[in-house]
Design a protein around this ligand. Structure first.
Ligand SMILES: CC(=O)N[C@H]1[C@@H](OP(=O)(O)OP(=O)(O)OC[C@H]2O[C@@H](n3ccc(=O)[nH]c3=O)[C@H](O)[C@@H]2O)O[C@H](CO)[C@@H](O)[C@@H]1O
Ligand SMILES: C=C(OP(=O)(O)O)C(=O)O
Length: 423
């Protein structure tokens, strides 16, 4: 069982170039299946989720080659449209294979996807959207078979602005006959990135970034070379770590506009922020201030993927703040771990009261999901004493060598292969 051992209390200083966005790279890699040929995707982060996606693509017959952070994929000759169950269950994003395979081959067989334990994550909106385009869906013995002799554009209203459902429907609709309109679509920057990628391939998609996405079906697409946008959640995590340690960090390769709600919150706590082009400079204050109520919301609201990290910062402020988790119904498992580190937290139903304390103390804690893991590492960097964080496979899903990044910024963090005997 691998662990991070962190000796806390050192402010972070330095410059980091932020990795490409996992949540853009995953649907875009799936979307390369829409047409045969050689695609080149740049700034793909080296993450375990990306490895799982590549293993699925390989199992389908795709050939690919990494060159640093660039992947070349040859998607011409696919052997099958069945996604292996074991791979399907390794991550939620395996569901992105449905839309493109259905659009190109008229059939796909998947299983219910796995993923981090952050609450119930049904796929009803994905299935409802594909059915509206004319797919026949049968579920038996855990398989979901999806078939369509042809897909036809439709008006689809999403009961919730689901990021994944919006993306899956967009990918399925690009080769459908006629126009598809997705209403109450999610507006995340990664959806705009997917639209840009699809249009670069010759698709006709408009409106991403608003709540109505229009897709006019085209007959043909072509392979392309494309660069993924920077990861706004990784940038937010690093900025938060700089603030909680009272340090000063320059992040390059960011789109500050994608981070408005996070940056606003950091400023409310007293952090100083300067933006110049794609560079973001952040400096923490001696004792940050409480902020009142924070609610996670669909974009452009405050992102659920930053909730655990911000909880660490609010735990160290002067005064009382509250966090309400509105997107997922089980994304508070880090609360108990932060309490072990000395945070003064009271958990209600999807809401946490946070009474700021002057310091946290090192402890043995476990990452129960990706962002909870990032939060515990952040807490460890700020805490007095030594923190051991286990459950690193969650963190590796979304952060490219997080320990190396923090080491470069002066954090004292090491990855150990087994359990560390004493703190
Ligand atoms: C790879 C990727 O991009 N992951 C992100 C994506 O996940 P993901 O696309 O899975 O998240 P969704 O936006 O779909 O989920 C939002 C809410 O809708 C619900 N829901 C979703 C689909 C569905 O068919 N039925 C349904 O009820 C979910 O349970 C959840 O409560 O958006 C989440 C919300 O910003 C982020 O936390 C994830 O990092
Ligand atoms: C929940 C997340 O991702 P996924 O949807 O891939 O599980 C996340 O990135 O925080």
């Amino acid at each position: 069982m691998e662990q991070f051992v962190i000796k806390g209390g050192k402010p972070l200083y330095g410059t980091v170039r932020v990795q490409g966005a996992k949540n853009s790279a995953l649907p875009i890699l799936a979307a390369t299946l829409l047409v045969g040929g050689i695609h080149e995707i740049q700034d793909v982060p080296r993450l375990s989720d990306i490895d799982v996606m590549n293993r699925i693509l390989k199992a389908l017959g795709v050939k690919f080659r990494w060159e640093s952070n660039r992947i070349k994929l040859e998607t011409s000759s696919l052997r099958t449209t069945h996604i292996p169950e074991a791979l399907m269950q390794q991550m939620r994003s395996s569901i992105f294979l449905m839309g493109p395979l259905l659009a190109r081959f008229g059939e796909v067989t998947v299983f219910r996807p796995g993923g981090c334990a952050i609450g119930a994550r049904p796929i009803d909106l994905h299935l409802k959207g594909l059915k509206s385009l004319g797919a026949e869906i049968r579920e038996e013995e855990g398989h979901i078979h999806c078939q369509a002799s042809k897909l036809v554009g439709a008006d689809i209203y999403l009961d919730l602005p689901s990021v994944g459902a919006t993306e899956n429907i967009m990918m399925a609709a690009v080769l459908a006959e006629g126009e598809t309109v997705i209403k109450n679509a999610a507006r995340e920057p990664e959806i705009v990135d997917l639209q840009r990628f699809l249009n670069r391939m010759g698709a006709d998609v408009h409106g991403a970034g608003t709540d109505t996405v229009k897709i006019r079906g085209v007959r043909r697409l072509h392979p392309v070379s494309y660069e993924i946008i920077p990861d706004r959640i990784v940038a937010g995590t690093l900025a938060t770590a700089a603030v909680v340690t009272g340090g000063e960090v320059l992040l390059t390769h960011v789109v500050p506009d994608h981070m408005r709600s996070t940056l606003h919150l950091l400023e409310q706590t007293g952090a100083e922020i300067k933006i110049e082009g794609d560079a973001l400079w952040v400096r923490g204050t001696l004792r940050p201030k409480a902020v009142g109520e924070v609610m996670t919301q669909p974009y452009p609201g405050f992102p659920t993927d930053m909730q655990p990290q911000i909880m660490v910062l609010l735990s160290l402020t002067e005064g009382t703040s509250y966090i309400s988790e509105r997107i997922f119904d089980g994304r508070l498992r880090h609360v108990g771990e932060l309490i072990r580190m000395g945070a003064n937290l009271r958990q209600g139903h999807n809401r946490v009261e946070i009474r700021g304390v002057p310091t946290l103390t090192g402890a043995r804690v476990e990452a129960t999901d990706l962002r909870a893991g990032a939060a515990l590492v952040t807490a460890g960097l700020a805490a007095r004493g030594t923190t051991c964080v286990s459950g690193l496979h969650h963190i590796d899903r979304g952060y490219e060598r997080l320990d190396q990044t923090f080491l470069r910024l002066g954090g004292q963090i090491q990855r150990y292969p087994g359990k560390v005997a004493s703190l």
